[in-house]
Design a protein around this ligand. Structure first.
Ligand SMILES: NC(=O)c1ccc[n+]([C@@H]2O[C@H](COP(=O)([O-])OP(=O)(O)OC[C@H]3O[C@@H](n4cnc5c(N)ncnc54)[C@H](OP(=O)(O)O)[C@@H]3O)[C@@H](O)[C@H]2O)c1
Length: 338
């Protein structure tokens, strides 16, 4: 009998949920029915689940999600059951899965088999908490640097939110992709100090970025800016870019947007690019899967270090609070069985 079978009461499982939008206090851990796998899905007895900034945005109502909502975009555990049409997974297999429909912060989650990777072979030794911490963040970092950002060898990169989950992965990956200069940006000197351990040439606060880019690029400007932050800062990115530089937009942590005119790329000789994990999953599933497998491999072989802070499931609101107040560094992973 598995641990989860022992702890589930009837078919009830513990799951993080919120019934209204608001601050971290709307998050509760409730007893709800465990999901069954639909066609093409597997269910997992979850051991570890990552916490992402996207879940903060869902919780505060920045995106329309149905209520009650069950957050959690990634989970690691063992296969509990397989749905119709699923091949390649057996009950008991250890698996890491993107759970893009949510529900990952729970004892049991349903995931598309397309977004699930067995942790065997070269991934067998990968720690479950590390795998949970890699799923969204490292996959996204690969997508924004390569498919969206088209990073080429010898180029320069600026990474906003440099000390966060995606940021720390992006810096290390940019190095392996041959970037000549990688500049990080954080909101505080303490976070900058933390981020320096992840392969950046320099990490500065937002106020110092313009000067830093000018100095590091000899006034030429930077080739690629990874912008998950948005807000007023987004409008100033163009001024940092070299001719034909790319501004990759993949988030809006500041929760305020800016508008660009259609003539903007023409006038500035720069490109705006975007990345959305869910969108790529829907429209380019093979590419997403390739990036997902690369992400797990790069963490397993030590190319990318994920700095995981583990919390019990009941402390999910604390992880949200740290992310939302910009007090977080690295990656928060919930120990679902604790
Ligand atoms: N498009 C996609 O598919 C996709 C996928 C994954 C992640 N993302 C985005 O990528 C970003 C990183 O995700 P993550 O989970 O790794 O989060 P994270 O970077 O660990 O945390 C978010 C960071 O955003 C920065 N930030 C800037 N303005 C902020 C504000 N007003 N309030 C709160 N934080 C602010 C903070 O860093 P500083 O304090 O140093 O500025 C904060 O640490 C998020 O914006 C997320 O939505 C997008």
């Amino acid at each position: 009998m598995t641990h989860t079978q022992q702890t589930l009461r009837g078919n009830l499982m513990r799951a993080v949920q919120f019934e209204s939008f608001g601050g971290p206090s709307v998050l509760t851990v409730a007893d709800v029915p465990a999901p069954e796998p639909g066609p093409g899905q597997i269910t997992l007895d979850v051991t570890h689940a990552g916490v992402n900034f996207a879940e903060v945005m869902f919780r505060r109502g920045q995106f329309p999600v149905e209520l009650p909502h069950f957050p959690g975009l990634e989970a690691v555990g063992t296969v509990r059951a397989t749905g119709d049409g699923v091949t390649g997974f057996r009950t008991g297999d250890r698996v890491a899965a993107l759970t893009l429909g949510g529900g990952g912060n729970a004892e049991v989650v349903a995931a598309s088999a397309e977004h699930a990777v067995r942790l065997d072979g070269p991934l067998a030794a990968l720690d479950s908490a590390l795998a949970a911490g890699a799923l969204c963040n490292v996959t996204t970092a690969i997508g924004v640097l390569t498919s969206a950002g088209r990073l080429a060898e010898g180029e320069s990169v600026v990474v906003l939110a440099a000390a966060g989950g995606v940021g720390t992965a992006a810096a290390q990956l940019a190095r392996t992709l041959g970037a000549a200069t990688v500049i990080g940006v954080t909101s505080s000197p303490a976070k900058a100090e933390y981020a320096r351990g992840f392969g950046y040439d320099s990490v500065v606060t937002y106020e110092d970025l313009e000067r830093e880019v000018a100095e590091r690029t000899g006034g030429a400007g930077v080739d690629l800016v990874l912008d998950s932050v948005g807000g007023a800062f987004r409008s100033s990115v163009t001024a940092l870019l070299a001719p034909f530089g790319r501004h990759v937009i993949f988030g809006n942590a500041a929760a305020e947007d800016v508008t660009f005119e259609g003539n903007h790329p023409w006038y500035t000789s720069t490109s705006l690019a975007g990345y959305n994990l869910g969108g790529v999953a829907g429209r380019a599933p093979h590419l997403l899967r390739a990036h997902l497998e690369q992400a797990l491999s790069k963490v397993a072989d030590g190319t990318v270090r994920v700095d995981v802070r583990r919390l019990p499931l009941k402390d999910v609101a604390h992880a949200h609070e740290l992310l939302e107040t910009r007090a977080s560094t690295g990656k928060y992973v919930l120990d679902v069985r604790a």
